[in-house]
Design a protein around this ligand. Structure first.
Ligand code: URA
Length: 203
């Protein structure tokens, strides 16, 4: 399998990436999902934001980070002085993984085989955009970018490496949404501080 993954041809252009993503059957997640959710943003962005996978609303819209986590990210990014419109925003995994529960679709964390299967798309995005900095939001993005997603909180705020491109490590905004309300203000302030550090890295 490793040889097959390594041998897989890498799309050389945005058109090839788009076509490849739309026809992707590299893992089982494409079947139940509504559609693939490609990255969004300027193709020459200096900063790339990488999340985990599309959620329920992203799956329906076909656009990353438009649901609750995305809205929180936008608000806190604005507060930090980082304009989402200037960033290329994408996910480690491009299809929504969920478990049907009644009428609801409950988010499920992607398995590492799914993250691995999707890595060539992320690598292609990075090659095409050539960002100066990648921001990894949470452990799945960190694993996809560095091969290791462990000890996220210890690595938070640090700069790591993806094939020569610096990777800034922080938490995922959905982590903030899951905290007890009493802890959210402090956690949001810490996230804004992180995004400011990332922004300052580019200055
Ligand atoms: N969470 C993510 O990681 N990505 C999205 O696009 C939406 C929610």
């Amino acid at each position: 399998i490793r040889e097959q993954l390594l041998a897989r041809p890498q799309p050389a252009s945005w058109n090839m990436l788009d076509a490849g993503l739309r026809g992707c059957v590299q893992c089982p997640l494409h079947a139940p999902a509504t559609q693939v959710v490609p990255g969004q943003g300027p193709r020459d962005a200096e900063i790339m934001i990488v999340g985990e996978q599309p959620g329920d609303q992203e799956d329906l819209a076909g656009v990353p980070f438009v649901g609750p986590a995305g809205q929180l990210f936008d608000a806190l990014a604005t507060e930090s002085g980082l304009d989402r419109g200037l960033a290329y925003v994408t996910n480690a995994v491009k299809h929504f993984k969920f478990e049907p529960r009644g009428k609801r679709r409950i988010h499920k964390t992607p398995h590492k085989t799914e993250v691995h299967a999707c890595r060539n798309w992320l690598q292609t995005e990075i090659r095409l955009v050539q960002p100066k900095l990648i921001v990894a939001l949470g452990a799945t993005a960190l694993a996809a970018l560095t091969g290791d997603g462990k000890d996220l909180l210890k690595r938070r705020g640090g700069i790591e490496d993806h094939d020569g491109t610096p990777v800034f490590v922080t938490v995922h905004p959905s982590f903030l949404l899951r905290l007890p309300v009493a802890e959210q203000a402090k956690a949001k302030a810490e996230f804004v501080r992180d995004l400011r550090m990332a922004r300052d890295y580019l200055a």
